[in-house]
Each structure stands twice: as C-alpha cells, then as structure tokens.
Design a protein around this ligand. Structure first.
Ligand code: AMP
Ligand code: ZN
Length: 488
C-alpha cells in the first residue's frame, strides 16, 4: 500500500515518493500574527500537523517548517494598503513587535491546546530580512526583476516566457491581466499590473517596520529603506531550512493564487528549482457558506471555544476542550469545504467521551477477542489523501464493535485499547482517559466498580479501584454507597 496525496500542481492524486528515501522535508505557510487564531486557521494547522504525524507513523523522518509572518502582509492585494501587523498595533497603541510578542504567545497556547506540535523550525519574516535582500538581488541578476522608485518588482512576463507562470492556478497572463484590471488600482510603476513586489520602498510612507536594503541595479548601488513583499519570506525561509527543492508545500486554498504561484516563481527565478514536489491545499471552513475570515468578521476564535465565551446556550459553560475541537476538525476531509457548527462540536464532544469510556473499559478487560484489523483499515483510509474522516469512522466502528463484544459478555484483548490510543494520537486526539484525571471518567469507573461488586466480581472491582488510585482518586465505601475522594 502506498500513500497518495492530491497535488494541486497536477490536479491529481499522486503516489507519494520522497526526494530522499525515508525522509520528508515539509513547509507549510503559517499565521500572519496580528490576531487570535480562528477555526479556519486551526483547520490548516491541524491538518499539516496530522500530515506530519501520519508521515512519521509511516516511518518517514520528517523535518517540518512553518513560518510566522510578522511583516509584509498588506491589507490589500496588489501591493497596496497597510501592513496588517502595523495597522492592528496602531489601533491598539502598541509597538508592532509588542503586538507580535503577545500574539505569538497566544498562538502557541491555542495551537498547543489543539495538540499541534511545534514545528522543527518556526522562522519569522523579520528575522530573515538580510537573506531576503540577497534573494531579491539574485532574482534581479537572473533577469526577472526590475526597479522603479526604489521598489523592486517581479517581471512576471519575462519570467513566464522562460518558466511558465500560471500552472498552479490554471491561469494564463490574459486571465491575470483581466483580474488585475478589476481588482487593483493601477500603479504606473509596474510594467504589468499583475507584477508583484519583491521589495517596497518605504520612503514617503508612514511604514514603521523598515530595513536598509542595498541592491546593485544596473551597475549602480541602490539604497532603498523598505520592507519585503509578502510572498518573499516563504521562498527564502523554505530554501534556507529545507533546500532548493523539498517534498511538500502546504497551505490553505486561498494560497492557490496568488501566494503559492508567486512563491514558486520567485524560487524558480532565483534557484531554477520549483521549490516543492507536492503542493497541498486545504479547503475552507465556512460560516453559512462564506469563508470564515477575519476581514469578514464571521469567525470563531479557538480561544473563545476553549473558554466557552460563545453566545449560544448549547455551548457548555466550561467550553470545549482542545481534543474536542481537534476531533471535530479531523471529522471532515481536508479537501472538503466544511460549514462550521456548534452542533458539530457537540457531536465531537460526545464521540470523544464515548471513545475514552471505551478505552477504559477495554483496559480493564483481560479477554482474547480480536477486533477487526484496525491498523490496516486505518492506514488504508489515511493513505487515500489523508482521509481523516474515513480513518475516524474506522476507529468509531471499532468502538461500537468493542461495546457489542463487552455487552455480549465477552472481553476484547486489552492491546486493542493501546491500538485505539495510538491511532487516535496519529489524528492528534488524546483518548487516553487516565492522563486527564477526568472527574467524569472517574465517576464512570466508580459505577463500573459498584456494578462488579454487585455481581460479586471482586477481583475486577479491585482492579478498578487501583486504576482510580493511580489517577489520583481514593474510593471510600460508605453506608449509602461508594464515593470518590481526590487524593493529595
Ligand atoms: P492568514 O493568517 O489569513 O494568512 O491564514 C493563515 C492560514 O489559515 C493560511 O494557510 C490560510 O489559508 C488558512 N485559512 C484562513 N482562513 C481559512 C478558512 N476559513 N478555512 C481554512 N483555512 C483557512
Ligand atoms: Zn507562504
């Protein structure tokens, strides 16, 4: 069996073959860091984390890089508008880097709650300005850039003649011309309106974040105090940490155009290599059919879900756990558009409780009964372009089967519990009940113990008492039944 991934570049599900055997180099586009993570962003990061986990499960050694954009992402396409970070910092009366520090802490807290492991390298754009300046120089020397008023633009037309440009987005230059006309206020410094900025001169603007760019243009030294175009950081940082050509590049669907074609064009222009072999894009989380986004204001932040700060009586007061939110996100395939709903989260919450109870029950049974070939079926689902929806279904079916086996008075092998925990872990969901010292779980166990004692199965009842003790609970038998005391 082999892993297949849908490559946007070829519009086909392709067999995954890494460039170097046994090793995967993987770059995903990360957060522009000026606001809290919403569920749409979370979908992207949860999926790239799931891909990394699955590749490791399949035995690959993975190097995962995901950037943080802290400069250069403008409010409007077409190199116009304000820097998103600066704009928000200004509204809050903060230094841009002060806002960035706060938001980075919040970002790692929120992604951490969703069990997104920190990537091997999390490079920040502001830390790589020198490399970006050198990179722009290389593109210029290779004949694919031009300068106007201290701005340096990618010459898309001359680049397209040599390398082609629109393959990822399936657009040709005429389409782009048309789009640029309808979207962008004309900038007479650009040779073609679809050209994009590599470096922008900050002189005469009130941009606060700027660096001294020194370029050799036409044999003369040009000094341009400014800032990089948004697409540049990913070309530069992916090359620095993963090399000219690496295996997988991932991002949201909105990156199919213009971000990824522009990254790829820069990389081809600078190094002659197309940056990555496989390009993966996740579909959107929507709200009533519209993309969840900050600019539309139709978003739910992960933090508000975790804190229960949602005005909806169905939302539990204590909020949703990170595991529940992750269970919800992996319940759909990353390439299917998913409309966000609180009902979906409530369903995921129930499913998670069901799995945890089940795992606990299996751990306490010492039977021989095999559940169907779980691992193989899980792998089959995940090999099919990371079909987490199907993989989860396989695991939930196993849970149902285990329950039926137990209800029939038989006992599953306790290794089934380990397999369930392990496979859910590949999906990034922690179904290990003890690790949480979960009161609710403890109550369930106590009920089971009472039941065993009623059936005079004292050995089993005592095992449950031991498990409870390990999880930090003492059992006290009183005249009116057993109760739990939290130890320590
Ligand atoms: P941004 O901070 O807007 O650049 O977005 C960060 C990441 O989240 C990018 O990979 C986006 O493609 C992705 N993203 C943004 N909104 C959504 C959404 N509604 N659904 C899925 N992914 C999204
Ligand atoms: Zn990027």
């Amino acid at each position: 069996m082999s892993l297949k991934l849908y490559n946007t570049l070829t519009r086909e599900k392709e067999e995954f073959e890494p460039i170097n055997e046994g090793e995967v180099r993987f770059y995903s586009c990360g957060q522009t860091i000026y606001d809290d993570l919403h569920v749409g962003n979370a979908r992207a990061y949860v999926f790239w984390d799931t891909l990394r986990r699955y590749l490791e499960f399949r035995g690959f050694e993975v190097r995962h890089v995901q950037n943080i954009t802290d400069v250069g992402h403008l409010t409007d396409d077409g190199d116009q508008g304000e820097d998103k970070v600066e704009k928000r910092a200004g509204e809050l009366g903060l230094e841009p880097m002060e806002l960035v520090e706060t938001q980075i802490r919040r970002y790692f807290h929120d992604t951490g709650s969703l069990n997104v492991e920190r990537q091997d390298v999390v490079p920040r754009a502001t830390g790589h300005i020198n490399e970006m300046i050198e990179y722009v120089q290389k593109i210029y020397e290779n004949g694919y850039a031009y300068e106007a008023d201290g701005n340096i633009y990618m010459d898309v037309e001359s680049f397209a003649e040599d390398h082609g440009y629109g393959d990822m987005a399936k657009k040709d230059l005429d389409d782009l011309k048309e789009e640029a006309r309808s979207r962008v206020e004309p900038d007479e410094r650009k040779r073609n309106q679809y050209d994009f900025a590599l470096w922008l001169n900050a002189e005469g603007t009130d941009h606060a974040m700027k660096w001294r760019g020194v370029f050799e243009i036409d044999g003369e030294t040009l000094e341009s105090v400014g800032y990089p175009g948004w697409h540049l950081e990913c070309s530069v940082m992916s090359q620095k940490y993963l090399g000219d050509l690496f295996d997988i590049h991932a991002g949201g669907k909105d990156h199919i155009f213009p971000h990824h074609p522009n990254e790829r064009a820069q990389s081809l222009a600078a190094t002659g290599s197309g940056q990555a072999k496989y390009w993966l894009h996740n579909e959107f989380i929507t709200v009533e059919g519209e993309k969840m986004s900050k600019s539309e204001g139709n978003f739910y932040t992960v933090r508000d879900l975790l804190d229960g700060e949602i005005e909806d009586e169905k939302v539990p007061e204590e909020g949703f756990s990170g595991d529940t939110i992750r269970m919800y996100l992996i319940s759909s395939h990353y390439r299917s558009e998913t409309d966000f709903s609180i009902d979906g989260l409530l369903k995921a919450r129930k499913e998670l409780q069901r799995v945890r109870k089940n795992v606990q029950r299996v751990k306490l049974s010492d039977g021989e009964e095999e559940i169907f070939n779980l691992e193989e079926r899980f792998q089959e689902a995940m090999d099919d372009d990371l079909n987490t929806a199907e993989a989860k279904q396989v695991l939930m079916e196993a849970v149902g089967k285990i329950n039926r086996v137990i209800e029939d008075g038989r006992s599953p092998k306790d290794s089934v519990a380990d397999t369930l925990v392990k496979l859910f872990e590949v999906l990034g969901v922690d179904v290990e009940p003890e690790s949480r010292q979960d009161r609710e779980m403890a109550e369930t166990l106590l009920e089971m113990r009472t039941e065993y004692r009623r059936q005079e199965k004292y050995e089993r009842a005592d095992r449950i008492r031991d498990v409870l003790q390990e999880a930090g609970y003492e059992v006290e038998d009183t005249g009116s039944g057993a109760r739990l005391l939290q130890a320590g």
